[in-house]
Design a protein around this ligand. Structure first.
Ligand SMILES: Cc1ncc(COP(=O)(O)O)c(C=O)c1O
Length: 393
């Protein structure tokens, strides 16, 4: 049963009329309502080249909305370009010294890993921990913490198998042991509810082009306001506490702005920030808890089908440990070409074919996918019949 009626949301995504889009973890298709938000900005720019003060007022309004969406205060949120930029800002802002170490999960997203590996030049070591089963929680990291461990950095939801890690227990461990907790929320933001305070997150980075439904080029960086010792690696007029009004650099006053503003450089990605405003309308109109529940419901249906086929699921099966990403244990060859031939968009992933849902997907989409899997090799599933994949009422 559909948790909520999302037909009006589906209608906002023209891509759903052109193909079976099951690749939201790769790139969001653009919703028409969000496109209109960008177009309205372009129209103002085209006709009047501004007014910039109005645009900047909107930047602050969207910042406040986006911060609230994460459970943060506006001054704790910086706009960036993407996840990698946010993670690199975080890695370079923390007061780490030679001999310190950072704990990560082996195989986590390379954009997270490289931000920390790049600190080798300062003598900071990255230690990768192997996750055998299930999802990561405090018990995975606790035995690896030593006197020089300063940071745990990890993805909230993994891109390669869809684990939804237990951030709450890891955040509590970091609080208890005095560690910084850095989270890559690229795959979770806009899909799974996030409350940075409740989860004990020190810094969180995400891009907006997946669950947040915005075209590529905008990121969010949350920095806990209590971390007053964070140092920006770059400095610009806008990132100063007291930017000189005469626009002449003052070497005697380089104090960075309080809060996350110290990490913002120069002008903003205004089209995308306008898009984010509309995207938040869309997501908050549904409710993030409902979005998450919808993804889990689609996952339930997919797993039902996979079980009938005897096709393995690479990531977690437990509802609490999964959201919108499901990797099917099917070889990329021939499945990728087969799906493409039938106008189905999916991604090849490390261990199979990755299906990832967006808020525009329905249970019928999952049934269509199952029908296609069946038709690929009906002999292999001779004990099943096409009726098993008939659309549900
Ligand atoms: C977990 C995770 N982090 C980061 C990224 C991408 O980083 P960026 O936003 O810098 O392109 C992705 C996927 O594109 C991802 O899945």
């Amino acid at each position: 049963m559909d948790a909520i009626d999302l037909q009006h949301v589906r209608d906002d995504f023209p891509v759903t009329r052109r193909m079976l889009y099951l690749d939201a973890a790769h790139q969001t298709p653009l919703a028409t309502s969000i496109r209109r938000g960008i177009e309205a900005f372009l129209e103002e720019s085209n006709e009047n080249a501004g007014p910039k003060p109005v645009w900047l007022g909107r930047v602050e309004a969207v910042r406040a909305r986006a911060a609230a969406f994460l459970g943060a205060a506006p001054q704790e949120l910086a706009f960036t370009k993407n996840t990698s930029e946010g993670l690199n800002i975080a890695a370079n802002a923390l007061p780490l010294a030679a001999g310190d170490n950072v704990l990560m999960i082996e195989g986590d997203h390379p954009n997270n890993a490289y931000a920390w590996l790049n600190l080798a030049r300062k003598g900071v070591e990255v230690r990768f921990i192997r996750l055998h089963d299930g999802v990561a929680d405090a018990t995975l990291f606790a035995p690896h913490i030593d006197a020089r461990t300063r940071v745990i950095s990890m993805s909230h939801v993994t891109f390669h198998a869809g684990h939804v890690h237990d951030l709450a227990s890891i955040g509590a461990l970091c609080r208890e042991r005095g560690l910084y907790f850095v989270v890559d929320a690229m795959q979770s933001v806009g899909v799974v509810p996030i409350d940075v305070k409740a989860l004990g997150i020190s810094l969180l980075a995400a891009g907006c082009h997946k669950g947040l439904l915005v075209p590529q080029g905008l990121g969010l960086l949350y920095a806990d306001a209590r971390l007053t010792d964070l140092q920006p690696a770059y400095l610009a007029w806008a990132s100063l506490a007291r930017p000189p009004a005469d626009l002449i650099a003052n070497p005697a006053d380089l104090a960075p702005a309080p809060g996350a503003a110290r990490f913002e450089l120069g002008n903003f990605n205004l089209p995308d920030i306008h898009a984010l405003d509309k995207a938040l309308d869309l997501i908050e109109g549904i409710g993030i808890t409902n979005v998450h529940a919808h993804m889990q419901m689609l996952g339930d249906r997919l797993i039902e089908h996979l079980d009938r086929f005897g096709i393995g699921l690479v990531g977690p099966r437990t509802r609490a440990h999964r959201a919108h990403i499901y990797v099917l244990d099917l070889p990329a060859e021939p499945w990728l070409a087969y799906f493409a031939q039938h106008n189905v968009r999916v991604s090849p992933e490390r261990d199979g074919i990755r299906i990832s849902f967006g808020i525009f997907n329905t249970r019928e989409d999952v049934d269509r996918l199952a029908g296609l899997i069946y038709s690929h090799s009906p002999d292999r599933w001779a004990d099943l019949s096409p009726a098993d994949f008939r659309l549900t009422a």
